[in-house]
Design a protein around this ligand. Structure first.
Ligand SMILES: Cc1cc2nc3c(=O)[nH]c(=O)nc-3n(C[C@H](O)[C@H](O)[C@H](O)COP(=O)(O)OP(=O)(O)OC[C@H]3O[C@@H](n4cnc5c(N)ncnc54)[C@H](O)[C@@H]3O)c2cc1C
Ligand code: SF4
Length: 473
């Protein structure tokens, strides 16, 4: 039986950024097997069928009021993401030591910084050029997007807390992508402007060292004597085993724990602490200020409610200011554009009550159980009516309407958390499984705490770090 150096499961951000790092460090003889459950549906196919994938995403959701969207196929959920790419703040990774809640990450912001920078260059991220909310060693690779009218007033009032949103919706065209033109339907970008694995990293899968098997579902990691020996998979209805020296899971925070559970790898925290941010929209009618002149879908990013001592009591919040009237324009003559839509996004505190497990009724599927977000996140949401007038004071506000709490952010996090102590975590700071030392787990499943920031830049940076440490440690 042919043996590979490494088998990688999945072709989303987690796997592709790792594969990039891995390929740049191995010789011409390396043999890499990539197993991808879905197909390579082209961007044209996606536009024509108004769908992101031809392969259905199947999960048993036992608490369906809470959704966990993801997409199957080459590039994974990069097909659907909106490409908002903030970094986490340094204190997001040390909540326990700074604010006495949650846990500290085993990786510091300083250790992650060089990989953040590398991932931003690979995604051609556009971001603020004057000052930044988080420390940076280099400017953003692309200039910032244009702010809209309300953004400009907020920037004036909060120069050190309000910024252009960092985003992989490019300000200027790249070799493979056109510039973003602010159409605001980014989950399936008609111009193919936002970064996806398919438009910027598909070449990795054509490398002579890489054997990509599409429509191939990984079923379990094979182990023997505490070592991973390969992966059992299904292709064309037939089960087979591929052997390798190293196995790498990048199947997302629902399927990573599920695959480990199906591999009879047990741990009290495996699958637990499933979480994501909790958010609420606010519609703001303005007196005499026009909106929607910015150059991308979300233009402004507010840090006014983010870091600080309040985090010992309630959740931090990041603010997104939208540049598209995605519900409606203001239906009043002469005031069509005098309206703003902002999203207030709060971190959650992961709980063992929220988890992924093998379904008892259908063991070939994972079940997801998430009865509720934390009281910590709820206390953050509850502060909004009180703090909002102060936050919005620089704007001529006529009226404010709150939406209900959103049922998803599309960010699946937790479930195989990282840490230094094998008793309280599944993988170590290099994303290597604590017990099976030739098994790695990538993606936001390793996040031990939440942060209000979108997860994908951080999980991509962690994949670059993991590939680097594999060869340097
Ligand atoms: C609508 C939407 C908007 C979003 N917007 C943003 C945003 O603006 N910013 C941000 O940071 N994040 C955003 N996200 C989240 C972002 O998409 C995810 O964080 C990211 O895709 C996770 O990357 P991943 O590689 O870990 O997982 P995925 O991208 O889900 O990739 C998992 C891969 O594994 C494959 N796979 C799964 N199981 C198996 C198996 N058994 N065998 C073989 N292959 C398998 C899948 O087909 C896929 O290729 C958004 C998500 C959604 C749904
Ligand atoms: S705003 Fe339009 S062009 Fe820009 S990424 Fe979104 S859909 Fe694409």
């Amino acid at each position: 039986m042919e043996k590979f150096d490494v088998i990688i499961i999945g072709t989303g951000f987690a796997s592709s950024f790792f594969l990039h790092g891995y390929l740049s460090r191995v010789g011409k003889q390396a043999r890499i097997l990539v197993l991808e459950r879905g197909k390579d549906d082209s961007h044209q196919w996606q536009l024509k069928h108004k769908r992101k994938s031809s392969t259905p995403a199947k999960t048993i959701n036992e608490t369906p009021d809470k959704r966990w969207p993801y997409y199957i196929g080459l590039g994974g959920t990069s097909r659907a993401w909106v490409a908002c790419t903030p970094r986490m703040m340094p204190n997001d990774l040390q909540l326990k030591s700074k604010y006495g809640i949650g846990v500290d990450w085993p990786v510091s912001y300083d250790e992650l910084e060089q990989y953040y920078t590398e991932a931003e260059i690979m995604m051609a991220v556009s971001g603020p050029s004057d000052n930044y909310p988080f420390p940076r060693s280099q400017p953003y690779p692309q200039p910032p997007h244009n702010l809209n009218g309300p953004d400009k007033l907020l920037k004036q009032a909060y120069p050190d807390l309000y910024f252009q949103q960092p985003t992989a919706r490019p300000r200027i065209a790249t070799a493979n992508r056109s510039a973003c033109c602010a159409t605001g339907v980014c989950t399936l970008c008609p111009a193919d402007a936002k970064f996806t694995i398919q438009n910027e990293m598909a070449h990795l899968y054509q490398d002579a060292r890489v054997n990509l098997m599409l429509e191939t579902e990984a079923l379990a990691v094979e182990t023997e004597g505490g070592q991973a020996t390969g992966v059992r998979y299904k292709q064309n209805g037939k089960e087979q085993v591929a052997k390798a020296d190293l196995v790498v899971l990048g199947a997302n925070a629902i399927f990573n724990p599920y695959l480990l559970q199906r591999s009879s790898l047990t741990h009290p925290l495996l699958g637990k602490r499933l979480h994501e941010q909790v958010s609420q929209y606010v519609k703001i009618d303005l007196d005499g200020v026009d909106n929607f002149q910015g150059s991308t879908m979300i233009t402004g990013h507010g840090y006014m409610l983010y870091d600080g001592p309040h985090r010992s009591k309630h959740a931090a919040c990041i603010i997104e200011n939208f540049n598209v009237p995605f519900y409606t324009l203001r239906l009043e003559r002469g005031k069509w554009r005098q309206r703003a839509y902002m999203k207030f996004i709060f971190e959650d505190l992961p709980s063992n009550n929220n988890y992924v497990a093998v379904s008892e009724k259908s063991p070939h599927l994972p079940k997801v159980v998430h009865p509720n977000h934390s009281a910590y996140a709820q206390r953050g949401l509850d502060t909004l009516p009180e703090v909002l007038p102060k936050i919005l004071a620089p704007l001529p506000v006529e009226d404010v309407t709150f939406s209900s709490v959103n049922d998803t952010e599309g960010h699946i996090q937790g479930t195989t958390i990282m840490g230094n102590d094998p008793k309280t975590s599944i993988v170590d700071k290099n994303l290597i499984h604590h017990q099976v030392r030739n098994l790695m787990v990538l993606g936001s499943s390793v996040f031990p705490t939440c942060s209000p920031a979108n997860p994908t830049l951080t999980l991509s940076a962690l994949s670059l770090l993991a590939a680097d440490r594999l060869f340097s440690s």
